[in-house]
Write a protein that binds this ligand. Structure first.
Ligand SMILES: NC(=O)c1ccc[n+]([C@@H]2O[C@H](COP(=O)([O-])OP(=O)(O)OC[C@H]3O[C@@H](n4cnc5c(N)ncnc54)[C@H](OP(=O)(O)O)[C@@H]3O)[C@@H](O)[C@H]2O)c1
Length: 285
């Protein structure tokens, strides 16, 4: 029986990246649908849950993507509300690669140091990847600061992650030398989650920092998030700190994304969000 993946994208144009990875992850056929919302998804979900016998339902799965994490979360929740009893299929949320990218970066960090009780800073953490990275670091016992150029944006992201995962994050501003210094004060871990091609830290912000131990940056387009690192860095020692760059993280992200797609077809009742994707990342290391 063919493994069918229905990709519900909240954007007007569905993601090519997610389509390629879906095939590489084991789907036999991927159907990408654009502009999907909680209001228009009902008949699509019905089509997925009513069409195959119980023992064959694991061969149908749903993937929620798109650039807007808040819209993705709403759609992800709406899809699951339509499921009942055994009328369900496995479903995964990964808007803008939020869960797979964050999980890969955080798993690499936790694999190189015990984050429990340490202070972690997610710089420019208001995007899909940063929000999830902050939540995952907090789930691992770190005290997490989430920064933005604007305090109200970081507050909003912290509240969203509190609602979703019951994690307490500290909203902070990081927009100039003084606020960056305050955000990094006594910190041990930095996760750079800024928009592609945006430098978040100059070399002098981190290279001689007295407490920083591990830095991970997921940006893969120059200029990189942290001046003085290489995007290929994977647990590279620089200035006494462990460094992970965008491709260093990205290799695991891709492997993880494929593994999660493969898992969707193992049973008809998997729900893959931050926690489950993070656990899968750990299992790959
Ligand atoms: N390595 C991989 O495998 C992989 C996979 C997927 C994504 N990525 C990368 O992950 C990163 C995060 O992705 P995303 O979708 O979460 O990011 P995003 O939403 O595009 O941006 C994240 C945040 O960057 C901040 N920002 C935007 N313009 C800025 C500027 N001029 N100066 C300083 N900060 C600025 C914004 O925060 P505020 O407005 O709140 O300040 C924004 O919320 C991107 O670099 C993306 O390329 C990597």
């Amino acid at each position: 029986m063919k493994k069918l993946l229905y990709h519900f994208d909240t954007d007007a144009i569905p993601s090519v990246f997610d389509s390629v990875v879906a095939y590489d992850g084991g789907a036999d056929h991927v159907t990408q649908l654009a502009g999907i919302t909680p209001e228009n998804c009902y008949s699509l979900v019905e089509g997925a849950i009513y069409t195959r016998a119980p023992k064959h339902k694991k061969n149908t799965a749903l993937f929620v993507g798109g650039s807007d994490l808040a819209a993705g979360q709403e759609l992800f929740a709406a899809v699951q509300k339509i499921f009942f009893q055994k009328f369900r299929v496995s479903v995964m949320l990964d808007s803008n690669g939020c869960n797979t990218t964050a999980a890969a970066g955080v798993a690499l960090i936790t694999n190189s140091t015990d984050v429990k009780g340490k202070t972690a800073v997610v710089l420019a953490g208001t995007g899909p990847v940063g929000q999830r990275a902050a939540a995952m670091l907090a789930m691992n016992g770190a005290n997490v600061r989430l920064t933005s150029r604007k305090l109200d944006r970081s507050q909003q992201s912290c509240e969203l992650m509190k609602q979703q995962f019951d994690v307490d994050l500290e909203p902070m501003v990081a927009s100039d030398d003084d606020t960056i210094a305050a955000a990094l004060d006594s910190a041990h871990i930095v996760f750079g989650a800024g928009k592609t091609g945006i430098q978040l830290l100059r070399a002098d912000h981190w290279q001689n920092h007295p407490t920083l131990e591990v830095l991970a940056d997921v940006n893969t387009a120059p200029p990189l998030g942290f001046e003085g690192i290489d995007m290929m860095d994977k647990n590279e020692d620089r200035f006494g700190k462990r460094i992970f760059g965008g491709i260093g993280v990205g290799a695991l992200k891709l492997k993880l994304h494929r593994a999660c797609i493969g898992r969707l077809f193992e049973s008809n009742d998997l729900v893959l969000d931050a926690k489950e994707v993070y656990q899968t990342a750990e299992s790959l290391l």
